[in-house]
Design a protein around this ligand. Structure first.
Ligand SMILES: [Zn+2]
Length: 388
C-alpha cells in the first residue's frame, strides 16, 4: 500500500510539477550600476528572489528523494520478477518433452505469462519515473544557477557599498524588556522564570549576576564555517568592527565561555537580511545577543549579530561554556547567512559593567562605533580573532 502511494505521489509530482517562474532580472548587472540609494531596495529584491529559488530547490530535493526511492523499489521488484520468470521458464523446458499437459502445467504457463506482463509494466513505470526525474532535474538547473547569480549580485553590492553603511551604529531603539535590569521581572525564553531580587537586580540563577565560575580557556562559539571578513576591515578595505563568520543558517551558536547574558532579542525573522536592512538592536544587527564571558580571571563583553529567530537565552541568565545559546541566521543588515562577533576586554568589575549595560544597552561598552581598537572607561574593543 505504501509503495503504491509513494509511486503515485512521485508520478503525480513529477508529472504535474510546474515551477513558479517570475521575471528574473540581471541582478549582477544592476548591482554594478545602481546608486547607493537604490542599492537597499535592490538588495531586498535579490534576497526575495534567492528565497524563492531556495524554496523551489527544496521542493525539488524532496521529489528527487521520493523518485529515487521509487526507482530503487521498482528495480528490486523487476529483479524478483525476473527470477520468477527464469524459474517458470525452466519448468517450461520440461513441457516440451511431454505429449500432453496436466492442469498444473497449464497453470504454470499462465503464471509465466502473467509474470512477463507484469515485468513489462514495471519496466515501463520505471522508465516513466526516470524520465520525469530527469525532467525535474533539468528544470531546476536554471533556478539553482539563478540563486548562485543572486549570491554573486549581493556580493557585488556589499563590496560597492558596505563602507557607506556601518554595519552597526548607535541608532535605533533597544527593547528595554530584553536588557538585564533591576526594576522588573525579566522576559523569559524557554520556560524559565526570572525574578526581581531584593537588591533590585533581576536574576534567576544562583549567584545573582556573579558568574559562579570562570572558564579556564575560550572555546570557539561556532563549529564549521569560515571567516568571511575579519576585523578591522572588510576584504575591500572598509572599516569593520567585528569578525564575520560565514555559516549555514541555523548553525548552533555556543557560549564561548561561562558567562552572563546581558541582552537577547529576536524581533525579526531568521532570514530577513539584506544590505541596508537596519532592523534590530543595535541598528542593523537583526536578532542579537550581548553577553559577559568570564575567562581565566578576566571578564569580556562578547556580542553576536544577524542571528536566527531561535534564541534560547534571556537577559539575566547565567550560561555555561559550550551551552547552545542560539542558532545563526541572516537577519538585519546582512547579505547572506553569517554571524558577526565583537569582543571587548572589560577593565572593570562585573557590577559596574552590568549597571552600565542595564541603563544603556550599549553593545559597544562605551567604545563607540566609529573607530577600531578604541577604549572607554569600561573596556577596550579588541579583535575577536586574537581572543577566541
Ligand atoms: Zn560583520
Amino acid at each position: 500500500m505504501t509503495n503504491t502511494i509513494s509511486l503515485l505521489l512521485c508520478l503525480f509530482l513529477c508529472a504535474t510539477q510546474t515551477f513558479y517562474t517570475f521575471p528574473r532580472q540581471d541582478y549582477e548587472q544592476r548591482a554594478r550600476q545602481v546608486t547607493f540609494e537604490e542599492a537597499v531596495s535592490l538588495s531586498a529584491q535579490i534576497q526575495e528572489d534567492m528565497n524563492e529559488c531556495l524554496k523551489i530547490e527544496n521542493v525539488e530535493a524532496e521529489i528527487e528523494f521520493l523518485c529515487q526511492e521509487e526507482i530503487k523499489k521498482l528495480k528490486l521488484s523487476i529483479q524478483e520478477l525476473n527470477e520468477q520468470k527464469e524459474a517458470y521458464a525452466l519448468q517450461q523446458e520440461e513441457f516440451l518433452h511431454k505429449s500432453s499437459l496436466s492442469k498444473e502445467d497449464l497453470a504454470c504457463i499462465e503464471q509465466l505469462e502473467r509474470t512477463q506482463r507484469e515485468m513489462i509494466e514495471q519496466k515501463k513505470t520505471l522508465k516513466d519515473v526516470q524520465s520525469n526525474l530527469y525532467k525535474i532535474q533539468k528544470q531546476v538547473l536554471p533556478i539553482r544557477n539563478q540563486r548562485i547569480r543572486d549570491q554573486e549580485a549581493q556580493k557585488i553590492l556589499e563590496e560597492r557599498f558596505m563602507e557607506r553603511i556601518p554595519e552597526m551604529n548607535g541608532e535605533g531603539e533597544y527593547d528595554v524588556h530584553k536588557v538585564i535590569g533591576g526594576s522588573k521581572n525579566l522576559p523569559v525564553y524557554g520556560g524559565q522564570k526570572a525574578f526581581v531580587k531584593s537588591n533590585n537586580v533581576s536574576c534567576l540563577v544562583a549567584g545573582d549576576f556573579e558568574i559562579d565560575t570562570f572558564s579556564e580557556y575560550w572555546i570557539y562559539p561556532i563549529q564549521g564555517g569560515i571567516i568571511s571578513a575579519g576585523t578591522w576591515s572588510y576584504p575591500n578595505g572598509a572599516m569593520h568592527l567585528g569578525m564575520d563568520y560565514a555559516v549555514p543558517m541555523y548553525t548552533s551558536l555556543m557560549a564561548p565561555a561561562n558567562g552572563l547574558i546581558l541582552y537577547a532579542n529576536n524581533p525579526v525573522s531568521s532570514n530577513c537580511g539584506y544590505l541596508g536592512n537596519m532592523c534590530g538592536w543595535p541598528y542593523g544587527g537583526g536578532n542579537t545577543i550581548a553577553m559577559i564571558c568570564a575567562v581565566a580571571g578576566s571578564i569580556y563583553g562578547v556580542t553576536f549579530a544577524h542571528l536566527s529567530n531561535n534564541i534560547y537565552v534571556y537577559a539575566g541568565q547565567q550560561v555555561g561554556q559550550g551551552q547552545v545559546i542560539a542558532q545563526t541566521g541572516n537577519s538585519g543588515n546582512s547579505t547572506g547567512p553569517h554571524c558577526h562577533i565583537e569582543v571587548f576586554t572589560l577593565g572593570t568589575d562585573l557590577e559596574t559593567v552590568v549597571n552600565y549595560f542595564a541603563s544603556t544597552a550599549d553593545f559597544a561598552f562605551g567604545c563607540g562605533w566609529s573607530a577600531p581598537a578604541t577604549c572607554s572607561g569600561y573596556g577596550c574593543r579588541v579583535r575577536p580573532e586574537v581572543i577566541l
